[in-house]
Ligand binder design. Structure first.
Ligand code: BDP
Length: 678
C-alpha cells in the first residue's frame, strides 16, 4: 500500500517535471528552474491555500508556489506535510509590495496587505527553498526600498534593440495586439520574481508613432498581460509628437494647443490602460527634440507633460544631456543644467540620472547630481545591457558596479541609494532562447531587480542566490563561482579602462579598443577627448586648475575622489612618470593593470573548466565558448591600448611585459561595421 502510494506520487511528480527535464537546459527558465532538491525525501510538504483574496494576482501566486514545490520536492503527496497559507490582511502600515513569511503552528504563513505583496512573498520563499533552506526555518519580513523598480527597454517598433546583444526585441509589435507572444507572460513572471514593477517598453530615442491609436491598442494588450504580475507599462514619448503626429505647427510646451494635445493623449492612454505608468522622456539630448527648441527649460517641458498625466502617473525626465555647442566639459553639463532647476519640477516628475556623469563606463565616479537636488524626485538609471563592458560575450557581473554607486556617500546627507526614490535599469533581454544572450548576463537582470528591491544587499549574496538557483546549489560549485562573478567586473576595468580611463571604445558600436580616434565631428565623441594623451602625459585635469568638475561634488567627497588612484586619469592630468602611492610610476602601473585584467580572464576560464561536473553540458559549453572570446578580446584590448600609449608617449614598455604582437596601425585598421546593437 505504502509502496503503491509512493509510486503514484512519484509518477505524478515525474509528469510535472517531465516537460522541463526532457529537453536540454537552454537557459530559458532563468533562475526559476526549481531544480529538485537532493534532500527532498526528508521534507513533507503540504497543500498551498489562499485566504482573503481571489484576484488573478493572488491565484497566480498560489499556482506559482504549488508548481515550484512540486518540482523542488518531487514525490510528495501533500498529506501530513507543512502547508503554506497565503493570506491577504488589511494592514495600512504595510507598504505596497511588502510581505511576511513565517512558520506558525505547523504551517508556513505568507501575509501581505496587497496581492502583489503575496506574489513577492511567494517568490521570496521560493528563492530560499531554491537555495536549499528547510521550509520551516524561513522567516522573512520585507518591504521594497523604492516604490518604482523599472526596466527601460531600448526596443524599437521594428524589433531592433538599441544596444541589445540578445537578439531581437521580445515585444512583437508587428503582431500585437492580436497575438501576444506567450513569452511576455514568462518575461513578466521573471520580473515579478525579483520585484520589478514597471516596464518602459520602447526606446528613449522614441518614435512618435508609438502614441498613435494603432500603437496604443498594442500597448494595451501588453499592459493587460503584465498587470496580473504587478507590472505597470510606461511609454517613452517623443517630445515633438504634437507636430509629428498631431498636426500642430509647434511642440512648444507653453503653447495652449500643445498642452491640450498632450492632455487628450494622456486621457486616451488612460482610457485604454487604466494603470498606465506614465512617460519617459529623452529631450534635448543627442539630437532628440525638447523644450529648449522653443527657448523653454527642462522643467517647462516636464511640467507640461506632468500636468497632462495628473495624479494618474509620473513623468520620468532624463538628465542625460550634453550639447554640441557647449564647450563645457561634457561630464559637467548635466549638473550645470539640472541642478539650478531643483524645486521647479512638478511633484509627479522624476529626474532620471545615469549612475555616472559620462555614460555607463566600466568605472566612473557617481553622478554629482545625486544628493544635489533635494527638492526633486530623483531616479538612478543603471545599464544592465553591457554596451561598454564587452556586450554579451564578456562575463562581467555588474552587482559590484551597482553596489559601488548605491553605497557611495554623496556628502550631502546619506548615500546615493538614499538620495533617489526610484531605480531604472536599461534591459538586456531579447529574443535569444536564454533571454540575455549569455547565461551569465541573466545574473545582471537578477542583480538589478534584487538591488532595486533592497539596495543594501551585498553582491556576494546576490551572486550566491542567483548561481544556486540557476546552476547548482552544490557548495563546491558555489565556493568557486561566486568569487569568479565578484571579481569579473574589476577584470573588465583592468583590461579596458584602468586607472580612470573612459570612453576609449570603438566608434558608434563601442566594440573593442579605439583610444586613438580623433576625427569625429563633435569633440566629445572622440576617445582622445577623454584621455588627452601626448608625449608629456595623460588624463583630464578636472581639478581647480582644469575643468573643475570636482567642484560639483560636496567638498569632502571631492577630496576623496581626487585621492582615489583608481580614478586617477578621470580627475587628473599627470606625466607618464607620475609616482603612485605604491612607488610605481604610472608608466609602470598601466601595463600591470592591463596584464592583471587579462590574467584574471584566463583564471575565470580555468576555474569554469573545473566546474563542468556541476553544470549541464549545454550551458557549460556555452559559457566556456564565451570565455574563449573574452580571453582573446581582453588580450586584444591590452595589446591595442599599450601599442597606442607607447606610440603617443614615445616610450618602450617597462621590462617584464610582452610587446603587442602587431604594430599600432594593424589595430587601428580593424573595422566592425556589423557589430550588434548600434
Ligand atoms: C548611450 C548610447 C545610446 C543611447 C544613449 C542614451 O550609446 O545608444 O541612446 O546612451 O542613454 O550610452 O540616451
Amino acid at each position: 500500500m505504502r509502496f503503491a502510494r509512493l509510486c503514484a506520487s512519484w509518477l505524478a511528480a515525474a509528469l510535472i517535471v517531465a516537460p522541463v527535464s526532457a529537453g536540454a537546459e537552454d537557459g530559458y527558465r532563468l533562475w526559476l528552474r526549481h531544480a529538485p532538491r537532493a534532500d527532498a525525501a526528508q521534507h513533507r510538504i503540504g497543500p498551498v491555500t489562499l485566504e482573503g483574496s481571489d484576484s488573478p494576482t493572488a491565484r497566480l501566486a498560489r499556482d506559482e508556489l504549488q508548481r515550484a514545490l512540486a518540482t523542488l520536492f518531487p514525490g510528495q503527496d501533500g498529506a501530513n506535510g507543512m502547508a503554506v497559507v497565503l493570506r491577504r490582511i488589511p494592514d495600512p502600515h504595510m507598504r505596497e509590495g511588502a510581505f511576511r513569511v513565517a512558520p506558525d503552528r505547523g504551517v508556513v504563513r505568507i501575509t501581505a496587505a496587497s496581492d502583489t505583496g503575496l506574489l513577492y512573498g511567494v517568490f521570496a520563499l521560493m528563492r530560499e527553498l531554491g537555495q536549499g533552506r528547510p521550509i520551516d526555518t524561513v522567516r522573512l519580513d520585507e518591504a521594497p526600498a523604492y516604490a518604482l523598480r523599472m526596466l527601460n527597454h531600448w526596443d524599437n517598433p521594428d524589433g531592433h534593440v538599441e544596444r541589445g546583444y540578445a537578439g531581437r526585441s521580445i515585444f512583437d509589435w508587428w503582431h500585437l495586439p492580436d497575438r501576444v507572444d506567450p513569452r511576455i507572460t514568462d518575461y513578466a513572471r521573471a520580473n515579478a520574481s525579483i520585484g520589478i514593477n514597471g516596464v518602459v517598453v520602447n526606446n528613449v530615442n522614441a518614435r512618435a508613432m508609438m502614441l498613435e491609436p494603432r500603437y496604443i491598442a498594442k500597448a494595451r494588450a501588453l499592459a493587460d498581460t503584465l498587470r496580473p504580475w504587478g507590472i505597470r507599462l510606461y511609454l517613452s514619448a517623443r517630445f515633438s509628437a504634437p507636430r509629428d503626429i498631431g498636426g500642430l505647427e509647434t511642440a512648444d510646451p507653453l503653447d495652449p494647443a500643445v498642452r491640450a494635445w498632450w492632455k487628450a493623449k494622456a486621457d486616451e492612454l488612460y482610457a485604454a490602460i487604466p494603470d498606465f505608468g506614465g512617460f519617459l522622456v529623452k529631450a534635448n539630448s543627442e539630437g532628440q527634440p525638447g523644450p529648449q527648441d522653443y527657448g523653454r527649460s527642462h522643467a517647462d517641458g516636464a511640467n507640461m507633460l506632468a500636468a497632462a498625466i495628473g495624479g494618474r502617473g509620473v513623468v520620468i525626465w532624463r538628465a542625460f544631456v550634453y550639447a554640441a555647442e557647449n564647450t563645457e566639459d561634457r561630464v559637467k553639463q548635466a549638473y550645470s543644467e539640472f541642478q539650478p532647476l531643483d524645486g521647479s519640477f512638478a511633484s509627479n516628475v522624476i529626474v532620471q540620472v545615469k549612475n555616472g556623469p559620462l555614460d555607463f563606463q566600466p568605472r566612473e565616479p557617481f553622478h554629482p547630481l545625486f544628493g544635489a537636488m533635494p527638492r526633486t524626485g530623483m531616479a538612478m538609471e543603471l545599464q544592465i545591457t553591457k554596451e561598454y563592458l564587452g556586450f554579451a560575450s564578456h562575463l562581467a557581473f555588474l552587482a559590484p558596479l551597482f553596489e559601488e554607486v548605491l553605497d557611495a556617500r554623496t556628502g550631502r546627507g546619506g548615500t546615493v541609494a538614499q538620495s533617489v526614490t526610484a531605480i531604472a535599469g536599461v534591459a538586456n533581454t531579447g529574443s535569444d532562447r536564454n533571454w540575455t544572450g549569455s547565461d551569465f548576463d541573466q545574473a545582471n537582470w537578477y542583480a538589478f531587480g534584487r538591488l532595486a528591491w533592497d539596495p543594501r544587499l551585498p553582491s556576494a549574496q546576490i551572486a550566491r542566490e542567483w548561481a544556486a538557483q540557476t546552476f547548482s546549489r552544490n557548495p563546491d560549485f558555489l565556493r568557486a563561482v561566486v568569487p569568479l562573478m565578484l571579481n569579473s567586473r574589476a577584470a573588465v576595468v583592468d583590461y579596458m579602462t584602468p586607472l580612470g580611463l573612459a570612453h576609449v571604445m570603438g566608434t558608434g558600436h563601442h566594440y573593442g579598443p579605439a583610444p586613438w580616434v580623433a576625427d569625429l565631428d563633435r569633440p566629445e565623441w572622440n576617445p582622445v577627448y577623454y584621455h588627452r594623451a601626448d608625449a608629456t602625459g595623460i588624463g583630464v585635469d578636472r581639478t581647480r586648475t582644469g575643468t573643475n568638475a570636482l567642484a560639483q561634488y560636496a567638498p569632502d567627497i571631492a577630496q576623496q575622489l581626487a585621492a582615489d588612484e583608481d580614478l586617477l586619469l578621470w580627475f587628473h592630468r599627470v606625466p607618464w612618470d607620475y609616482r603612485l602611492r605604491s612607488g610605481a610610476t604610472l608608466w609602470q602601473e598601466l601595463p600591470r593593470r592591463y596584464d592583471r585584467g587579462v590574467a584574471a580572464v584566463r583564471g575565470m576560464a580555468a576555474t569554469w573548466a573545473t566546474l563542468a561536473p556541476h553544470v549541464d553540458p549545454a550551458r557549460h559549453r556555452s559559457v566556456a565558448d564565451f570565455l574563449k572570446i573574452q580571453t582573446r578580446e581582453a588580450q586584444w584590448w591590452r595589446d591595442a591600448s599599450l601599442a597606442y600609449w607607447m606610440a603617443v608617449s614615445g616610450r618602450a614598455l617597462p621590462p617584464g611585459h610582452a610587446l603587442p604582437p602587431h604594430p599600432l596601425d594593424w589595430y587601428q585598421a580593424q573595422r566592425f561595421p556589423e557589430a550588434p546593437g548600434e
